[in-house]
Design a protein around this ligand. Structure first.
Ligand code: XIL
Length: 372
């Protein structure tokens, strides 16, 4: 008798829950099931019009394929009131050979943005990566001249369109102090190239918001090194007006408290904060070799994370001028190939870092950052 009662109760509960779920017209939640997606109802930048600019990085041609961003994301591009070239304005793309400029991919983005009333954040003028070697070869004077010509030519071309430039990218080392193996640092024999970059940029366009951009800015030791560099080199005197926090983050890093402290510290220095390359790695980044599907559980964790991050951003609207995602939808993210080639050679590790999914539909994360 006891046995029968025991087996009847769970059976009864199961039938009851199936009945309830079928009455309300949905199936029981399954943490490993496929997450729901939505047709977005509001434009991101309209939701944030009282807070900050909302941008996205776009790839005008993805390494050889003519897969243009405007053909690919016609419905999602209107969500952003700022665009950034994911690669098209980097030195190796825009001036691959000395004096020979390849403006077509960047022009395409600028033209699209102008036609659609979008601003542009330029990325990036001086960097140790994606820069042809000729630029940093020769005497210090040669290299200085190369930098000056590059900055003048590129900035002048887009002077009317670009409201903010990442003038120097990633000049601080993860190990502390300057990135001494940057070819710019080597050619100059020190960090003065950073001062020159801001000086040249300021001469071309004193109205433009000139930014120092880096990753791991929220990490206390690197943040300290960046702040020290800015003070020591007196970069604000030479035109620096903002800090670019790249924001290649994940479900755990950074802690909100540390993020808040970072925003406050740079704000206290008189700098505008730009969130320049936001994506949320759904895995724990380095070292994770496990491939996971984007299931209900992950969708919820990503949504929770986006919700708390944007809540903090909104609270700091007076300090933050722009928030740019490093891509648009999950079908194109540098995380897929960067991690695969760098840390997970040979392994396919698909990531899902955005608020729009691979089919360009809105994810739960989109809801959480638009309904508050
Ligand atoms: C990445 C692009 O997304 C990739 O397409 C490219 O192959 C490598 O660079 N920090 C930066 C960005 O400042 O320029 C990088 O973009 C990502 C890290």
């Amino acid at each position: 008798m006891k046995l029968i009662t025991l087996s009847i109760i769970p059976m009864f509960l199961l039938v009851l829950s199936i009945l309830i779920f079928s009455l309300v017209g949905c199936s029981p939640p399954d943490p490993s099931g496929t997450p729901k997606s939505f047709t977005p109802k509001k434009l991101l930048h309209e939701v944030y019009s009282d807070h900050f600019i909302i941008g996205a990085a776009v790839a005008s041609s993805e390494y050889g394929s003519m897969d243009y961003f405007d053909k690919k994301y016609p419905n999602l591009l209107p969500h952003y009131n700022s665009l950034t070239a994911e690669n098209a304005m980097k030195p190796e793309v825009i001036q691959p050979l000395k004096g020979s400029f390849n403006f077509a991919p960047a022009d395409r983005i600028v033209k699209y943005a102008a036609a659609n009333d979008q601003k542009i954040r330029g990325h990036a003028l001086v960097w140790h990566n994606q820069t042809s070697s000729w630029m940093t070869e020769g005497t210090k004077e040669d290299v200085r001249e190369n930098m000056k010509n590059h900055i003048e030519t590129v900035m002048n071309r887009y002077k009317d369109s670009i409201y903010s430039w990442d003038v120097v990218n990633e000049a601080v080392s993860d190990q502390g102090s300057y990135r001494a193996d940057s070819p710019w640092y080597v050619a100059y024999g020190g960090p003065e190239y950073i001062i020159d970059a801001f000086k040249f940029a300021k001469e071309v366009d004193p109205e433009c918001k000139l930014v120092y951009n880096d990753y791991s800015v929220v990490r206390p030791s690197k943040r300290y090194d960046i702040m020290t560099m800015i003070k020591k080199l007196e970069l604000q005197k030479h035109g620096l007006s903002g800090i670019g926090i790249q924001a290649h983050w994940n479900l755990y890093y950074p802690e909100l408290e540390e993020l808040q402290r970072t925003i406050d510290l740079f704000h206290q220095m008189g700098l505008e904060v730009h969130i320049t390359e936001l994506d949320i790695d759904c895995f724990d980044g380095i070292g994770n070799t496990e491939n996971r599907k984007f299931d209900n559980d992950l969708a919820k964790r990503l949504a929770d994370r986006y919700e708390e991050i944007f809540e903090l951003f909104r609270k700091n609207s007076d300090k933050i001028s722009s928030v740019t995602f490093w891509g648009i939808a999950d079908d194109h993210t540098w995380l897929d190939y960067f991690y695969n080639s760098t840390w997970n050679a040979g392994k396919k590790l698909k990531n899902y870092p955005f608020v729009f999914d691979e089919d360009h539909r809105a994810k739960e994360a989109y809801k959480r950052i638009t309904e508050f």
